[in-house]
Design a protein around this ligand. Structure first.
Ligand code: SF4
Length: 334
């Protein structure tokens, strides 16, 4: 617009560091430029279509995205805000729907609706922070674990990550940002070379190829041996480890033998395992027994693997991945 370059930095700072979304309030810009800017551009955030507040304080948003400037169609996605004592965690989506087809995931039943733009990915964080502005804790964690496979929307996800982690923008610490993948090996290899990147989490969920291929068809393309080998080559920063997410599906992957095999798989990695007891939803899997969960965790710990049990938050407002989106779809069809 013919302005000096530092005006760009001022706009960037106002939006991402100060989270101001009305150009009229950009008081660090001269009034005449503010006016020209407002005529030429608008700041648009995803809009909250639904807001479900759980008894534990978790807020699950169904956010509406309008047709993007890239010619993509309007859609809805899910974002979750989880308050804790000293921090908040925001779970964001990278795609609307998902093509990966994990059998335990409700988002999979939507198929891929579309990729999100970098702006739509960051917009989810801005909306969640803004909506909870009065109650924010000093630390914000970001997890790319909502709808979609982030490594299949690589460029926008990394562009968003660079802004989220920029100390001059949202200033999220790289230690507090995690990308969870179903195991897209070329994406993991590419991410290894990024200067700015989130931590890596792998959705493991099985201890053998046969079992994993049954619930995660992507395993046929990128089997366990190749996945573990790629993880072993991944250049971890000194403070970093790889997290393996393991959804415990009662009677399917929660035996002591499974636990021993998982321990063997990750034995030579700097890793930890998060055990997530299955959250019953519309899919035909069972909640694992409490005893089995504990035995699984103990088996891993006894073999020197750091393992933790994580319960999904906001269970009373539909915690299984994709449930809210499905509800929205059903509502719009009805
Ligand atoms: S678990 Fe993640 S990668 Fe798998 S289908 Fe669901 S959204 Fe996609």
């Amino acid at each position: 617009m013919g302005e000096l370059a530092y005006r760009g930095s001022q706009v960037y700072h106002s939006i991402y560091a100060e989270r101001r979304f009305d150009l009229a309030n950009f008081s660090n810009l001269p009034a005449a430029f503010r006016k020209r800017l407002a005529e030429a551009a608008a700041i648009e955030l995803p809009r909250a279509v639904r807001r479900h507040v759980s008894m534990d304080g978790t807020v699950r948003y169904v956010l509406g995205l309008s047709a993007s400037s890239h010619g993509q169609k309007p859609t809805t996605i899910e974002t979750v805000f989880m308050p804790e004592e000293n921090r908040q965690t925001i779970c964001i989506s990278s795609q609307a729907g998902c093509a990966v087809d994990c059998q335990f995931c409700l988002t999979a039943t939507l198929g891929l609706v579309r990729n999100l733009t970098a702006g739509e990915i960051i917009g989810q964080v801005l909306v969640a922070l803004d909506d909870n502005a009065g109650a924010l804790k000093p630390q914000t964690n970001i997890v790319l674990m909502g709808q979609g496979e982030p490594l299949l929307n690589y460029e926008p996800v990394m562009a968003a990550t660079r802004i989220l982690l920029d100390p001059g923008a949202l200033a999220i610490s790289p230690k507090h940002a995690t990308l969870s993948t179903s195991g897209i090996l070329p994406g993991i290899e590419r991410m290894a070379h990024e200067k700015v990147r989130p931590k890596l989490a792998i959705s493991l969920n099985a201890s053998t190829n046969e079992q994993r291929s049954q619930i995660m068809p992507i395993n046929k393309k990128y089997p366990l041996e190749a996945l573990i080998e790629t993880c072993a080559r991944y250049p971890l920063r000194p403070w970093e480890h790889i997290t393996f997410e393991y959804v415990l599906l009662g009677g399917f992957n929660d035996s002591a033998e499974d636990a021993r095999r998982v321990a063997r798989l990750v034995a030579n990695l700097r890793a930890k395992v998060n055990l997530i007891p299955w959250n019953p939803g519309d899919l035909p899997y069972h909640k694992p027994d409490a005893e089995r969960i504990e035995e699984f965790r103990r088996t891993l710990t006894d073999k020197g693997v750091r393992a933790f049990v994580r319960y999904s938050r906001g269970q009373d407002v539909m915690a299984a991945c994709g449930q809210l989106a499905l509800l929205e779809n059903a509502a719009s069809i009805a």
